[in-house]
Write a protein that binds this ligand. Structure first.
Ligand code: GLN
Length: 273
C-alpha cells in the first residue's frame, strides 16, 4: 500500500503541528517542501520511520527529545535526555544577566548547573567580550553543553562539579546565573507531561525545592566581585522565599521579575562587598 503525505497527515492521531515536525525530521526537509510535496507517495521505510517516532510521541516523550533540538533565544540547541529542555521563561534569566553586565567591560560570568548550556552559550554569544564559565555535576550534561558551544561558535570554560564545588578558575565573577532544580520532591507535576522524561536531578533538589537555591545564594558572595550580581530562576510560588534568602545573606537591590505568564520567575540581587 502506498500512502501520500497528505493521507498520512490526516490519519495521524497527533496534533497537526507535531505530525509536520516529525515528518520533516524523517524526510529531512523544510516546512515549505512538505506543503509543496504533500501528494508525493511515501516509501515503506519512511512510513515505518515515521510510525516509530509517532509511537514515542504517543507514549508522552517530549518533542524536543524526539527531534533532538529546541529553540532558545533565537538559536537552535541540541538536547538529549541528559539535560532539561530549555524553556521560554528561562530567556528572562538571560535578559536579567545581560542587563546586569551591560556596563561592565569584559565581564566574568558563571552559570551554575548549565545543562544544555542554553543560558551560558547565549550569554557568551550576546556578549562576545565576556568570559563565561559553565558548571554542571552531570558529565552527560556537560557533553551536550560543550557540543552546543562548539556548534554555535561560543567560547566557554567548563567545570565538572556541584555548584561552587568545582574548578572555578582564578578571580571573581561580575555575574552568577543559575536555573537550578527547584521543584519540591513531593510535587505531583514530576509525574506528569514532559517532566517524566527529564533528568530528575535537573528538576528537583530532592527536598523542598529551595535547597539548591539556598546553597547557591549562600555561596555566591565568596565568588562575586564587588557589586556583583546573582540572578536565579525559581518556581511560581518561591519568589518571596528567594528574596528573603538574598536579603538574609546581605544582598541589596533585591527584586523579582515576572515572566510572560505574569509569574515572578527570577530574582536578582547585588552583593555589596
Ligand atoms: N521550569 C521547569 C518546570 O517547571 C523546572 C526546571 C527547574 O527546576 N529548574 O517545568
Amino acid at each position: 500500500m502506498t500512502l501520500s503525505l497528505r493521507e498520512s497527515l490526516s490519519a495521524s492521531a497527533l496534533p497537526r503541528l507535531e505530525t509536520h515536525l516529525l515528518w520533516r525530521h524523517v524526510l529531512g526537509v523544510p516546512r515549505a517542501w512538505l506543503i509543496a510535496h504533500d501528494g508525493d507517495p511515501l516509501s515503506p521505510a519512511q512510513i515505518v520511520a515515521y510510525q516509530a517516532l509517532e509511537a514515542r510521541r504517543m507514549a508522552g516523550e517530549p518533542m524536543a527529545y524526539i527531534l533532538g533540538h529546541r529553540e532558545f533565544f533565537g538559536r537552535d540547541f541540541r538536547v538529549t535526555p541528559a539535560v532539561l529542555i530549555p524553556r521560554p521563561e528561562t530567556e528572562l534569566l538571560v535578559e536579567c544577566g545581560l542587563r546586569a553586565i551591560r556596563d561592565v567591560r569584559a565581564p566574568h560570568v558563571l552559570d551554575l548547573g548549565t545543562g544544555s548550556g542554553a543560558v551560558a552559550v547565549t550569554l557568551a554569544l550576546e556578549r562576545p567580550d565576556a568570559r563565561v564559565r559553565a558548571s554542571d555535576r552531570s558529565a552527560g550534561a556537560l557533553e551536550v553543553a560543550r557540543k552546543n558551544a562548539r556548534d554555535l561558535g561560543a567560547k566557554l570554560w567548563f567545570s565538572h562539579g556541584n555548584w561552587y564545588d568545582t574548578e572555578l578558575g582564578s578571580g571573581r565573577f561580575d555575574l552568577i546565573v543559575s536555573n537550578p532544580p527547584y521543584i519540591d520532591a513531593q510535587d505531583a507535576h514530576l509525574e506528569q507531561g514532559d517532566l517524566r522524561f527529564e533528568p530528575p536531578g535537573a528538576l528537583t533538589d530532592g527536598a523542598d525545592g529551595l535547597q539548591a537555591l539556598r546553597d547557591i545564594v549562600l555561596g555566591a558572595p565568596a565568588h562575586l566581585t564587588r557589586d556583583g550580581i546573582l540572578c536565579v530562576e525559581h518556581g511560581w510560588d518561591q519568589a518571596a522565599a528567594v528574596r528573603s534568602l538574598f536579603l538574609c545573606r546581605g544582598f541589596t537591590d533585591v527584586a523579582s521579575e515576572r515572566d510572560l505568564s505574569g509569574i515572578e520567575r527570577i530574582t536578582r540581587g547585588r552583593f555589596p562587598a
